[in-house]
Ligand binder design. Structure first.
Ligand SMILES: NC(=O)c1ccc[n+]([C@@H]2O[C@H](COP(=O)([O-])OP(=O)(O)OC[C@H]3O[C@@H](n4cnc5c(N)ncnc54)[C@H](O)[C@@H]3O)[C@@H](O)[C@H]2O)c1
Length: 270
């Protein structure tokens, strides 16, 4: 039985908590936390059995894995606390790991305490192929993201370049650059770009194209990969989660799959 704690009781935290308490064998939700106590209380009141509501350091005393489903700024404290107590940590706000100093500090802490950091594939598909292809190297990894103009409006790049998204009537390419550039230009794309870069050829060599399309109702991510292994393309059309339209339902499901994988004796997939 794997005892799980969740930090962040929003869209992902809620879906995970419900799954663990209702369906999962091998997983037990023992503790939850949110910076807004009323959110953890509200979630706890809907769950049977009810988890404890605790601080991250209290949680780390008695959990096997802590799931961070809060925010990029929550990652340093949650991950440091979990790892230094020998607990595993699963990071959803993976954009935090784009900081190389924090990443290597956490990896060293995990090694020292003989534990692990898990990063689910989240809202993209194809990480399995990239991990395999990476063994012999890849020469090209491109992420093509398509979103409704409304979801791109607040991006710093749109404001800085004074792009008028309201005037678009068809799909339009609005950004090309590296994954490193994309994370500052479009911070809401940070998790997808960071997961792809970290699993593959890094943020400087991963290319990103962002398209605005007024006809879209789902966020679409395509990944194109080329190397000596051959070539592949993946495409996912993501349904938004009901609690947070900015978060794809698939991201929460991939967190559940990662937790389940930790408990299963038969491991399928790269
Ligand atoms: N890896 C991926 O592909 C992927 C996909 C979607 C979302 N995400 C990320 O996962 C995280 C959670 O997403 P969500 O949709 O559930 O967000 P959400 O906004 O619905 O919920 C986040 C919750 O965390 C709480 N929180 C924020 N900062 C906190 C802190 N420092 N300490 C404790 N609680 C804190 C908030 O009060 C809120 O209840 C976000 O950072 C989001 O960007 C990752």
């Amino acid at each position: 039985m794997l005892d799980v704690g969740i930090v962040g009781c929003g869209a992902i935290g809620t879906i995970l908590a419900r799954f663990i308490t209702e369906d999962a064998s091998g997983l037990r939700l023992v503790s939850i936390s949110d910076r807004h106590i009323e959110k953890s209380e509200r979630l706890a009141s809907t769950l049977t059995p009810q988890p404890l509501i605790e601080s991250v350091s209290q949680m780390a005393e008695h959990t096997d894995v802590i799931v961070e489903s809060a925010s990029v700024s929550a990652v340093p404290e949650v991950a440091r606390t979990a790892l230094s107590h020998g607990s595993q940590v699963m990071i959803m706000s993976v954009g935090a790991l784009a900081d190389p100093e924090l990443r290597s500090e956490l990896v060293e802490l995990a090694k020292k305490n003989n534990t692990k950091i898990h990063v689910p594939s989240g809202a993209i598909i194809g990480i399995d192929g990239i991990k395999a292809a990476k063994i012999i190297g890849m020469k090209r990894v491109v992420l093509k993201t398509r979103k409704h103009p409304e979801s791109l409006k607040d991006a710093p790049y749109i404001k800085e370049k004074r792009i008028n998204l309201d005037s678009l009537t068809e799909e339009t390419l609005i950004f090309t650059g590296t994954a490193r550039e994309a994370t500052t230009a479009f911070p809401t794309n940070i998790n997808v770009a960071a997961t792809l870069s970290l699993s593959g050829i890094g943020p400087e060599k991963t290319s990103v194209e962002i398209y605005a399309d007024p006809h879209l109702t789902r966020n679409v991510h395509e990944i194109e990969v080329e190397g000596s292994f051959g070539r592949f393309t993946t495409r996912v059309e993501n349904v938004p989660s009901s609690e947070n339209p900015r978060t794809s339902y698939l991201a929460a499901l991939s967190a559940i799959a990662t937790l389940k994988k930790m408990t299963e004796p038969l491991q399928i997939g790269t």
